[in-house]
Design a protein around this ligand. Structure first.
Ligand code: ZN
Length: 223
């Protein structure tokens, strides 16, 4: 069940008070409407009941998809990803569930959406991050792009495009919240990354909460 609480906010425009609902947890199966609001970010919009002024209110939440078996501990703050911390043990209460459950720390709303898209397609986020890792390194060789091409840019998985003979995975390159380019890779590359992940003990799940991001992969590759 999704859990919420009400907070009293003071409107920055008219100075009067109103109530805002903060969702501490979201159950995607039971409350698909909440999931949609999370994805289009209207969940974080507060409209002053007196003057109609709209504010963007950020809050962390626990996102739970029971059907696809994943839990995301979401922190709205971007930029915490330089914490390339390894996994944390999972609380006993979570361990009782199915072994296939995935637990992730996620920082920033774009990363949260990406994780949802990845897991909803039944893909591995570690394999996806490996693709990004190799792309970041390869793009320099392929396009003769400057080594700093990806500095201050983020790569995000957006969709699995179903083609007739072979599916493609689509990624966007963003800078300062704006999409600056897009590229796709074949499922063959994904399968290769998946194989690498399975064969590499550094990427084992071990029933722990992980902060799977570029910095995490980078730290693993260097370890
Ligand atoms: Zn107001």
């Amino acid at each position: 069940m999704s859990q919420s609480r009400n907070e009293t906010l003071v409107c920055p425009r008219c100075g009067r008070q109103g109530t805002f609902t903060v969702w501490d947890s979201i159950n995607a199966d039971q409350d698909p409407d909440l999931k949609e609001k999370l994805l289009d970010e209207t969940l974080f919009l507060w409209r002053c009941p007196h003057c109609g002024h709209q504010s963007y209110i950020t809050f962390g939440t626990l996102y739970h998809d029971m059907e696809r078996q994943f839990m995301l501990f979401f922190d709205h703050k971007d930029g915490d990803n330089d914490i390339a911390e390894d996994s944390f043990p999972i609380d006993e209460m979570f361990k009782q569930g199915d072994k296939h459950y995935k637990f992730r720390y996620v920082h920033g709303i774009r990363c949260l959406k990406e994780k949802i898209f990845i897991f909803e397609e039944g893909l591995s986020d570690i394999a996806i991050e490996l693709i990004k890792y190799f792309i970041r390194r390869q793009v320099i060789k392929i396009k003769g792009t400057r080594p700093d091409y990806f500095d201050n840019k983020g790569i995000f998985f957006t969709e699995r495009r179903h083609e007739e003979d072979n599916d493609e995975l689509v990624f966007t390159v963003t800078r300062a919240e704006k999409v600056v380019s897009e590229f796709s890779v074949s499922m063959d590359l994904y399968e290769q990354c998946l194989q690498k992940m399975w064969l590499d003990e550094r990427f084992a799940e071990h029933g722990t909460v992980k902060n799977v991001c570029y910095e995490w992969i980078d730290a693993k590759m260097k370890s």
